[in-house]
Design a protein around this ligand. Structure first.
Ligand SMILES: Cc1ncc(COP(=O)(O)O)c(C=O)c1O
Length: 403
């Protein structure tokens, strides 16, 4: 029995069955590669689901984390710490926002976003303005508020009653949205690209239409950039491709390159509603996570870094399109921006995305799904052109074993 298999059987005994991990125990990483406990090497095109932005064991990240943990690992918000203040300043310097709140995950960032949107209306005396509008195929997290905003019934099943006050609408249809957004709407929440829901892009101009519909109805606009943020799409934040500014943005995943950190950022006019005592979390502003965040920001803001994300993403998308044709319609659509990429399996393909992920792994490449029919690539942002080509060659071999 391999060491990975041994961990797999031990894990099955002690972990709840809500995850089904591959029977591979990862031991260490280096750049865009990871190694399992048996010494097998894999090219990582999944980055812990769009998290490990700098790849693995990046010297800037390891140095920042080691130095910080040697000094102080936790302060709570009873006291300040320098890495958190510095990271907040850097994030705010790259976007529309004035202020932020640090938390630990994407779901928590969305909880804070929903709460601040409702509270801001309440503070204005607009006490019926409580409804949150979200889009079919969205994904905002698994805690109750974020889950209620996630307009995919399969995630709600058996967990009812859901919190009240959520409305759902098809994405890409401004007229339908305008009917749902009313004087009772506190906010509309939207992912600039619906990542978990199948790497679905909105039609050009849709984010601007959401902004305009929110403004007309007096509602706030929340962009959920948990997956699309921090350079993932080739811009610091994906809504910046469209030149649209939201009121609130939720962040997590790539923000700290693998340490648990999230943030809800917003305009001061909105955020002023979270007065002392209204919202908090023990680990918010954790200095180790924030030191990691500063290291990530340092790399992401180097000249040419985001252009490289764009270029390597283009190579992967072109390569997947070509593979789709060569393997007789294996992929019918290749979507996404930068290094958030989805390749949809053709209708006649007799296997699902999970089977393709397993076949890729057998060829030494880690990938992921976005729903049953979409192969998702969300590699470290430091992926090189050469590594992208290596990944495509492995996906080519994987398709050959399945087609
Ligand atoms: C767009 C989006 N929002 C929120 C979340 C939830 O984040 P977390 O798993 O950190 O709670 C995710 C996770 O995949 C996501 O993709």
């Amino acid at each position: 029995m391999s060491k990975s298999q041994e961990y797999a059987s031990r894990a099955e005994a002690v972990f709840l069955p809500n995850y089904r991990p591959a029977p591979v125990a990862l031991d260490r990483g280096e750049g865009a590669f990871v190694y399992d406990v048996d010494g097998h090497r894999y090219l990582d095109l999944v980055a812990g689901i769009a998290v490990s932005a700098l790849g693995h064991a990046h010297p800037a990240l390891t140095r920042a984390v080691a130095e910080q943990v040697n000094k102080i690992a936790h302060t709570s918000m009873l006291y300040l710490n320098a890495p958190a203040v510095e990271l907040a300043e850097k994030i705010i310097g790259t976007c529309f926002a004035d202020q932020l709140y640090f938390c630990n995950s994407g779901a928590e960032a969305n909880e804070a976003a929903i709460k601040v949107a409702r509270r801001a209306a309440w503070d204005r005396g607009d006490k019926d303005r409580v409804r949150i509008v979200s889009f079919v195929h969205s994904f905002h997290g698994r805690t109750y508020g974020a889950l209620a905003a996630t307009a995919q019934p399969k995630y709600h099943e058996g967990f009812g009653p859901m919190p009240e006050g959520f409305d759902y609408v098809e994405p890409g249809d401004p007229e339908a949205l305008a009917k749902v957004v009313t004087e009772r709407t506190a906010a509309v929440i939207i992912e600039p690209i619906q990542a978990e829901g199948g790497v679905r892009e909105h039609p050009p101009g849709f984010l601007a239409a959401v902004r305009q519909i929110c403004d007309a109805a007096g509602a706030l606009m929340i962009v959920d950039e948990v997956q699309t943020g921090f350079g993932r799409t080739g811009r610091m934040f994906a809504h910046q491709h469209e030149g649209v500014e939201p009121d609130i943005m939720s962040l997590a995943k790539g923000i700290a390159g693998g340490l648990p950190l999230g943030a809800m950022v917003c305009r001061a006019e909105v955020g002023k509603s979270l007065v002392v005592g209204t919202h908090a979390t023990t680990y918010g502003t954790n200095p180790v996570a924030c030191a990691a965040g500063n290291a990530v920001m340092g790399v992401l803001t180097q000249p040419g870094f985001l252009e490289q994300v764009d270029a390597v993403g283009a190579t992967l998308r072109a390569g997947l399109t070509e593979l789709g044709l060569r393997h007789r319609g294996a992929f019918t659509a290749v979507r996404g921006k930068g290094l958030l990429i989805g390749a949809e399996l053709g209708p006649d393909v007799g296997f699902d995305a999970k089977a393709l992920v397993e076949a890729c792994r057998a060829q030494g490449v880690l990938t992921h799904v976005a729903g049953p029919r979409v192969l998702r690539l969300v590699p470290p942002l430091i992926l090189t052109e050469g590594q992208a080509v290596e990944g495509l060659q492995a996906i080519d071999r994987a398709l050959s074993t399945l087609m």
